[in-house]
Design a protein around this ligand. Structure first.
Ligand code: ADE
Length: 224
């Protein structure tokens, strides 16, 4: 999968994509992450990409021209499955959306800033708007990083234990069951006996029951 991220703050992504699983995914050729500086597409001397709102009002708006030029260039090179604008007005991200996006080959993620982007970008260029939650960030970079992380880890072969992405919280609309590691008794705090039984069937049943119990207690809306 290739993800092209368009941003005014390319440096933001340097450290994020340079660690652990995301780094390995790029090394193994499972994911290709390309960062584009929107300012490189500005046509004026000051390299500005924003302007005042028509009709007046506080806050600068990112212009359509640099966004259109950047996305048109990318689209001329390959087909994109989705061109996503990260915005608090978008569809709220969940595991189902991540699963679907992980099956795609090429995605563009556009990060907004200031007051936002010219509405015509949203109407004519963007194919999907995604929010990472009901709160407002200063820009879409954090949201683009989160979306890239959740999607890339679902690509087969990215996580070494293939089953672990499938047993995550939220797959099947269930939270993950409790997990333990050694020692089995720490200061008298013991792990459930069933996990020491060696009986795989019993352990699987116990995990399912715990996942259902935890989901009912913590996120009853998920199990509906
Ligand atoms: N940009 C600003 N706030 C955002 C949010 N909640 N989700 C996605 N992009 C954003």
């Amino acid at each position: 999968m290739r993800i092209d991220i368009i941003t005014l703050f390319p440096e933001f992504f340097e450290s994020y994509f340079e660690y652990s699983i995301l780094k390995r995914a790029q090394k193994n050729g499972k994911a290709e992450l390309k960062i584009h500086n929107l300012r490189d597409y500005s046509t004026n001397k000051q390299k500005s990409v924003d302007d005042y709102q028509f009709g007046g009002g506080a806050g600068m708006v990112i212009c359509i021209q640099p966004i259109d030029d950047c996305i048109s260039k990318l689209k001329a090179e390959r087909h994109y499955d989705e061109i996503i604008y990260l915005s608090p007005d978008g569809e709220t991200l969940n595991q189902q959306i991540c699963n679907t996006l992980s099956t795609h080959s090429n995605l563009i993620l556009l990060c907004g800033h200031y007051k936002g982007i010219d509405q015509r970008v949203r109407e004519h260029i963007i194919t999907k708007e995604i929010s990472i939650g009901d709160y407002v960030l200063t820009g879409g970079e954090m949201a683009a990083a989160i979306l890239s992380d959740t999607v890339i880890r679902l690509i087969p072969g990215v996580i070494s234990d293939e089953t672990s992405a499938l047993t995550d919280s939220f797959q099947d609309n269930l939270l993950a069951p409790p997990i333990y590691t050694r020692p089995s008794n720490y200061k008298g705090w013991k792990i459930p006996n069933v996990l020491l039984s060696g009986n795989e069937k019993l352990i699987t049943e116990w995990r399912e029951q715990e996942a259902i119990k935890r989901t009912k207690e913590r996120r009853p809306n998920l199990s509906e």
